[in-house]
Design a protein around this ligand. Structure first.
Ligand code: ZN
Length: 242
């Protein structure tokens, strides 16, 4: 069985459509989403509708909860806060109800799905040291996380990777008997220096995780963001994936 693992769509419809198109060519049977469907981008309702129609399983991210009004965006940076308030106003009642209903954590077989960390849902894990700290809270063998927008495969306790040495070209990794934290990177706002959408596929037959990058129409998304008055930086950063 092949499972598509996506995260951090952030209201970027062009990116999500490109990734779903790529997934449809990869013999994937199910798609799991690790949260932050909304926030930052110009098409929140369209992205929620795509997730509802094509993706069976999704956990909630911090932006989903902030837009739904479950938490307030007090610790967001000013651009993220503006985008959150813009998205709240743009969202239909139906969309709001959907994102408010998503669970914070799911355990499916050997996998835990959570936006940030099994210890605290919106905590960041970006090193094997941080993965080790979260390990006692993990109730399955593998943990699928998003939140940092950086594609990574981390084994707790292995040498600590420096924050700036992200493995951006993972390609294929075989899972072993070690507990492993897997971040597929971001569909709609990559931050690893590569503007292409990032996602992963888990293949249960080969026990491998395959990392894929997908080109999408960045300029179209950026233009839309400018035309609806979202902060310029949020559109500019899509050009470089920073
Ligand atoms: Zn995010």
């Amino acid at each position: 069985m092949r499972i598509g693992i996506i995260s951090d769509i952030h209201s970027n419809r062009e990116a999500l459509e490109a990734v779903l198109q790529d997934i449809s060519l990869q013999k994937v049977e199910e798609v799991w989403c690790l949260g932050d469907i909304v926030g930052y981008g110009p098409d929140p309702n369209e992205c929620i509708n795509l997730v509802r129609s094509k993706i069976m399983i999704c956990v909630a991210g911090n932006h989903d909860h902030a837009v739904a009004g479950i938490i307030e965006p007090f610790n967001f940076d000013p651009d993220a806060e503006k985008a959150c308030l813009w998205t709240r106003a743009a969202l239909t009642e139906e969309s709001k109800e959907y994102i408010a209903s998503m669970p914070l954590k799911l355990v499916i077989g050997d996998f835990t799905l959570v936006h940030g960390s099994p210890r605290e849902s919106f905590e960041y894990i970006t090193s094997s040291f941080e993965a080790k700290e979260a390990l006692p809270y993990l109730k399955s063998f593998f943990c699928l996380i998003g939140h940092s927008h950086i594609p990574m495969i981390l084994r707790p306790g292995e040498e600590t990777k420096r924050r700036n040495s992200y493995p951006t070209n993972l390609r294929k990794v075989t899972l072993t008997e070690h507990a492993t934290f897997i971040n597929p990177g971001s569909v709609g706002q990559p931050r690893d220096g590569n503007p292409k959408s990032s996602y992963m596929i888990y293949d249960s037959n080969s026990n491998q995780v395959i990392h894929r990058r997908v080109v999408y129409d960045v300029n179209s998304t950026r233009q839309k963001m400018m035309s609806v008055g979202l902060p310029a930086w949020l559109g500019d950063r899509l050009l470089t994936g920073c």
